[in-house]
Design a protein around this ligand. Sequence first.
Ligand code: HEM
Length: 497
Amino acid sequence: MKVEAFLDRFFPAGSNPLYQLGAVSFFLFWIIAVTGLYLFIFFETSITGAYQSVESITHEQFYIGGIMRSLHRYASALLALSVTIHLIKELGMKRFQGPRWFSWVSGVPLIWLLFASSLGGYWLVWDEKAQYIALTTAALFDYLPIVVEPMAFGFLDGTTVSDRFFSLLIFLHVGLPLALLLGMFIHIQRISNSSTFPARGLALSLLGAMVVLSVVKPALSLGPADLNRPVQTVQVDWFYMNVFPLISETGAGAAWVILLGITIALLLVPLIFRGVPKPIAIVDPDYCNGCSWCFADCPYDAIYMKPHEKLANHLQSVVVADKCVGCGICAGACPTATPFKSVNNAYSGINLADENNAAILVRTQEQIRQHPQADKHVLVVGCAHGPQIDQLASDVVTPLTLECVGQLPPSYLDYLCRKEGVDSVLLTGCAPGNCFHRLGVELQEARLAHEREPHLRFKDVHVKVTTLWAGAGGETTVARAVAQLQQDERIADAKDA
Ligand code: HEM
């Protein structure tokens, strides 16, 4: 988070790559696909033609082929980097707990597919690096009892590597990335409105930077592979060949144990660090009017609509318990959750099981009423994953921490300002684009801006709502903003007077 906050200084709002690593990975994949298609047109699938065709693409049409080749290489390297940081970030944020296990577990095979796709690409160049990779990989697979005829045997002299073998390699180098793409789509199956394209500025900058790098430092081949001559030294590509020194050092057996051990450990992460189960959302058919707004807002695809069990010609929301992460964003989307109703208090159609929105309202009202004489009363609404706001509590500040800031129906803010004498509201939480529950910040902003239902009814002189998405660790920034709000209120009063 510190690194993210540091990068925030250099990237315009919404462009910090650390907030959109999944989307960046998708974007890089498409660059690799397009450039790969171009290279495929000119590539010769024969033992004698492969190396020469890559050389010709690189040097004879350096203005386009060379750039395409370099882009293919650099985008692949960046993809390895972005996926690694993505994994570390999801791990650090524990976004694998509860129903989120699916995204985590489906992400793990993508690492193998990514490595296999990329190393297959290196083979095709058929230079000394390819020779080293081919022999080391073959040694790795030869260790497995499933390979009947040792693969490495096939590389012992140049005559045994045939053109058909190259056709097989091409088939794998196309097939594996396709399997990777399929895996990527399965990976995002359980999240709705997933972001698969980064901010346009970031995408263009990434592409531009890679084009410049491709011109300044084009990707080149080493000398041609010669299976009669062992490779003496080879430059390791640390993005994809990082396990090769391990294989050379430890031998194939130990390497398999380490690689499979890491894979199994990753797969077991959601089981080992399960965490405390969160209360999920529950629907109350007595209040659900079937508007579908919760269905539209749920970031985890955990709500569907069915015919209403009590109202004819109406729909009713249903929560899929296995998918609900308990973010409460659905409760904030429910239009029946308005305290302005003359009956039923603020009872509403969908709520988190542990505390419904009506109870949250009562809790907040009680806190505010403890300080009836408060001058310039500020209500600070925050979330469990952003800046901690409880320590701000005072005679004039009421903090309200929710699971996600998207859990609060905007009408509550309106109501608390009008009926309970709150002078201004500060909404804080995760940094923009980095909401722990994916869409809470974005959806709440849209509701406040009248761009999404349920919207804030009146944003006028009575209801002053400010947002400050300071992110975890942003306590000081929030405290300063609260003080500033009170100061502004006093200045406004003085002007009025
Ligand atoms: C090619 C590789 C990968 C791609 C393209 C990719 C892409 C994505 C995308 C687009 C999202 C949705 C982001 C959003 O809209 O909120 C996502 C979420 C996620 N990814 Fe990946 N990912 C990859 C690999 C991995 C790996 C290796 C892991 C970990 C083992 C992983 C773990 C997760 C998790 C846990 C989420 C869900 C976060 C949540 O519930 O909010 N991903 N990924």
